[in-house]
Write a protein that binds this ligand. Sequence first.
Ligand SMILES: *Cc1c(COP(=O)(O)O)cnc(C)c1O
Length: 396
Amino acid sequence: MENNKSLNKATKAVWSGEKDSLAHGATQVPVVHSVAYTYDDVDHWYDVAIGKKKGHIYGRNTNPTVQAFEDKVKSLEYAEAATSFSTGMAAISNALLTILKPGDRVVSIKDTYGGTNKIFSEFLPRLQIEVVLVETGNHEQMETEIAKGCKLVYLETPTNPTVKITDIKRICKAARAVNALVFVDNTFATPINQNPLALGVDLVIHSATKFLGGHADALGGVVCGSKSLVDKVYHYREINGATLDPMAAYLLLRGMKTLDLRVQKQQQNALAVANYLSTHEKIDQVYYPGLVTHPSHDIAKKQMSGFGGMLSFSLKGEMEAVRQFLPKLKLAHRAANLGAVETTVGPARTTSHVENTAEERAALGIPEGLIRYSAGIEEIHDLLFDLEQALAEIDV
Ligand SMILES: *Cc1c(COP(=O)(O)O)cnc(C)c1O
């Protein structure tokens, strides 16, 4: 049942991956808080250790609850294999360090997630790995850089927080021509809206902390792809130790059962908020791929089945207006998270790009007064009313 392609994703989100872990007739996956697993038969133990037989040896390597989480994501991404991590950043850094070595060249975009950008600007150059960052959405420039030869093309689409879009299929074609791998951070789209593996990508990465978990109560990361590639990433992670905790895996599993419901509601709300803000006199710019005015709306329409729950906007009056506006919102956490059932807002400079300096943010094309808006699952009229009363309070 788990990888049955005929099942709808809403059904997979509920059922996939759990069956193997159920015990005692329970209908829910247990949290297995065991560091190690005991064996009476030494030969059986050995067979499990070398992967010849199914089972678990030690918690840094595998765990039944964690495996159920991996299997659910794997099914939703139509992947052959998946492996998980303590955080999204652990997934990204482990995946990168699995395949990169001194002398390699990476082509990516300028406005990846702030932490990813730090790996590219600070840590990879230290290992003599060259990273070329092109203007997000400039496909010609990216193709030119890829054609010069590279080991990896790293994408994030839509981007955090300016929701820029890259044509995944087009870039995969360019990467194939030089035998480069393609990784995509699919956190913003979620597997409900976008399945990068089907578009030619080698490895899909998620910060499970965000939409997958959906309740802002557990950190996690996951990658999906071919068994041969995921096995390599798993091997790096089992040794380096950025393991997902079983309790976090349980919370993520439980959250994922409503993934489809949540994402559908979040993107309905996001579109309504984007439309509302677009016509408001105190708003400067609205960024949402679902708006026909978004520069990459057509690409988004082609490769996504929904436009997601994330948007961003800038106020006229910049930071002073932001200072007045944000505290007035009653139905939003002012916090560094996104993808949760509650609406969450924050300026990029305290959320996605807190690790960057003001100069770096400017170079990445992120206005200081930009507000990231993660639409929750609240009733839309309550959200619009809340925005209206808060905007009315701005006097710059
Ligand atoms: C949050 C986020 C990450 C990092 O995930 P953590 O779980 O916080 O480590 C990576 N990519 C994107 C797009 C994110 O939003």
